[in-house]
Design a protein around this ligand. Structure first.
Ligand code: PRX
Length: 659
């Protein structure tokens, strides 16, 4: 157990976790209601929580807009002149935005979006790298009630296409290109190709469309066929200055669009339960799911968690290394820091470019106080030794954070010792795209255990259960579930309520169907974990077919469909294998089509195929050609068996195995 210093305890918002946790447990709704009152609302709610299985609706009847809290409410205060963002490019160029400047930029762009005919409820796909316009675009959409769907800039054409189609987006916002290490990524080309592919699919072109399996909606209809010319405009931000093709009538330069606009735009009044954004994330089966978050509940949950867990103070310079293509960026680079009036630091590049001292140099130069990153980066930097961080003055740091995958005690201790100089507590925050906010985490004043995410946040009731849904004994691995709704809980899966119900509330891992029949709140996280005798949670990892590569969430099924799209492949099964740096790596078992000869060249081709279809983050590490795959009698691939075999572990229950 590592105890916090007196200085940390003195400065913490919450000094006695146990006491407050127990109090809040009695009446969590009152707790969340009090937090909601710290924010601005156009109209108060009639009901804090409306639980109607399997949907939780928060602050029902309330009217708000998250942008009203992120930007508008600061404009007549001192915060207006405070820096909202300090952004540093890969080449060291700096751009800063005060809250006033950010508000002007967002308002101009919101007016620009309106001038294109976008209105409340429309969807826009944002395919942007980590540049300020990524945040501006998200906020501009939210301001006018347009639902944004951010697509990570590292995703490739097919992944982008599937997300555009599923969200039924009318507009795509992208960049011409962006610097990535010493290359320029020509991302506008991907947008052109994605739109072209959508058109081809909708034009009824026969033949194989590898992505189409992933764009089939629940009713079995290929959604690409529903909306023939859905993309009306592509708005292009000039970042790299590379040569691109602009399609007349469709493509618009961002700088030309906003130059004509007024910097004043009224923020649209939203119901608390109106959708704010869709964010796609991988599940066990099929295509990635469009997780929907609301304006009201999401606002309350994200606002309070960062504030308390990172002990946000007015003079903080907070550096979150995530990308807004993922939930961490949505919640904790964009919305929550702005609602807290914080100054957020963003670095455009990667942790190893121009050299692996870059983060620590930035910490020194900008006097970063709060630093939030992922275990995979910590492990990669740790391997390079203490010398690099030791060259820099890291004394401004006060609190460190980690998220995205389990952090091994060795990496935790290194982070605590070498980066935090044993004075900065490490907040190991467990949460998910679906939870919207941090759910299990220490607080700055908590005693810490290296490698444990500690305990649930106030108002969050978690449990470890066995497959019957009964609480598991101490130190015994089981399913991590959540027993009460929380404000920033996902509202639904876009266009797929069945998948929402089955993934989170009627998960097949729980065999006790009485839980479902009783319509009990029993949110299934998909993670395995243990709880120790002190009530500390130890997250083991996913218990479904989701793989976490460097903290990025990938589904076995999406990877397999990328393999199967190759003309030589008959069948594919993909598993995650432990990796010292990345957490997990991808291993694929491939059955080739008859008469196809296995070769190293083919392995390389298959790797490139997956990279091209999903993105570089999905590049497989190992490929093995096999003749057979373990299957159930109903024909489902038993990845669990493959994984156990690969890792030399017991095979477990194989009674349903066909061969
Ligand atoms: O397996 C857990 C892991 O990441 C999953 C959620 O992934 P995603 O939706 O991409 O969101 C990541 C950023 C919030 C979880 O189901 N995970 C996340 N945080 C932790 C973690 N595993 C262990 N420890 C964590 N702190």
């Amino acid at each position: 157990m590592i105890n916090p210093s007196q200085e940390i305890i003195d400065s913490a918002y919450v000094k006695d976790y146990e006491k407050l946790y127990t109090e809040v447990k009695e009446n969590p709704e009152a707790f969340w209601e009090n937090i909601a009152k710290e924010l601005s609302w156009f109209k108060p709610w009639n009901k804090v929580l409306d639980w109607n299985y399997p949907y939780a609706r928060w602050f029902v009847g309330g009217q708000c807009n998250i942008v009203n809290n992120a930007l508008d409410r600061w404009q007549k205060t001192d915060v207006a002149e405070k820096k909202a963002y300090i952004w540093v490019a890969q080449d060291g160029t700096e751009r800063t935005f005060t809250y006033k400047q950010l508000n002007d930029a967002v308002s101009r762009f919101a007016n620009g979006l309106k001038s294109l005919g976008l209105k409340k409820g429309d969807r826009v796909s944002i395919y942007l790298p980590r540049i300020p316009e990524q945040f501006i675009a998200m906020l501009a959409c939210a301001k006018i009630g347009v639902i944004h769907s951010v697509v990570f800039s590292g995703f490739s054409v097919d992944a982008l296409k599937n997300r555009i189609v599923d969200a039924e987006a009318k507009v795509v916002i992208c960049a011409d290109g962006y610097p990535y290490k010493d290359k320029v990524v020509e991302c506008k080309k991907n947008v052109d190709e994605a739109i072209e592919n959508i058109k081809m699919a909708t034009g009824g072109t026969p033949g194989r469309d590898p992505g189409s399996a992933q764009v089939t909606s629940t009713d079995g209809k290929d959604k690409a066929g529903q909306n023939l010319s859905q993309i009306e405009h592509v708005i292009v931000i000039k970042r790299a200055g590379n040569n691109i093709q602009m399609q007349p009538g469709r493509d618009i330069w961002y700088h030309e669009l906003v130059a004509k606009q007024d910097p004043i735009c009224s923020t649209v009044i939203m119901e608390a339960t109106d959708p704010l954004f869709i964010l796609y994330t991988s599940g066990s089966t099929g295509k990635p799911k469009g997780v929907i978050h609301s304006h009201g509940g999401y606002m309350v949950g994200t606002y309070s968690t960062l504030r308390w867990i990172f002990n946000l103070q007015p003079d903080d310079i907070y550096f979150c290394t995530a990308d807004s293509g993922w939930i961490t960026g949505h919640s904790y680079i964009v919305y929550s820091p702005l609602m807290n009036g914080a100054t957020t630091f963003v670095y455009e590049g990667t942790p190893d470019y121009p050299d692996p001292g870059i983060w620590w140099r930035l910490v020194e130069k900008y006097k970063i106080t709060k630093f939030y990153t992922a275990p995979t980066a910590i492990r990669a930097l740790m391997r390079l030794g203490d010398e690099i961080p030791n060259k820099y003055d890291l004394s401004s740091l006060k609190i460190l954070g980690t998220v995205g995958e389990p952090i091994n005690p060795e990496a935790w201790l290194w982070y605590h010792r070498v980066i935090g100089k044993e004075k900065c507590p490490v907040m190991d925050t467990w949460w998910q795209t679906e939870t919207g906010m941090m759910m299990i985490s220490p607080l700055p004043a908590s005693p810490l255990k290296a490698g444990s995410a500690s305990k649930p946040f106030f108002g969050i009731e978690t449990e470890i259960v066995d497959e019957k849904g009964n609480p598991a004994p101490v130190d015994t691995q089981g399913y991590l579930i959540i027993k009460k709704p929380w404000p920033s809980m996902l509202m639904d899966v876009y266009n797929n309520p069945k998948r929402y119900l089955e993934t989170y509330f009627q998960n097949e891992a729980i065999t006790n169907t009485q839980i479902f029949e009783n319509k009990q709140f029993f949110y299934f996280t998909g993670d395995s974990a243990k709880k120790d005798a002190d009530g500390y949670y130890w997250i083991v990892g996913r218990n479904d077919d989701v793989i976490k590569v460097s903290g990025h969430r990938l589904g076995s099924a999406e990877l397999e469909s990328a393999f199967v799209a190759h003309p030589s492949v008959a069948e594919a099964a993909v598993i995650g294998k432990p990796d010292e740096v990345k957490g997990e790596k991808i291993k694929a078992f491939i059955i080739l089509k008859k008469d196809v000869q296995p070769s190293d060249q083919l392995k390389e081709e298959l790797k490139q195929q997956v990279r091209k279809m999903i993105g570089p983050i999905a590049t497989p590490d190992e490929i093995e050609f096999v003749d057979k795959l373990p299957k159930t009698r109903s024909g489902k691939i038993m990845r669990r068996v493959l994984k156990a075999q690969e890792l030399g572990q017991p095979l477990g229950d194989t009674s349903t195995l066909e061969n």
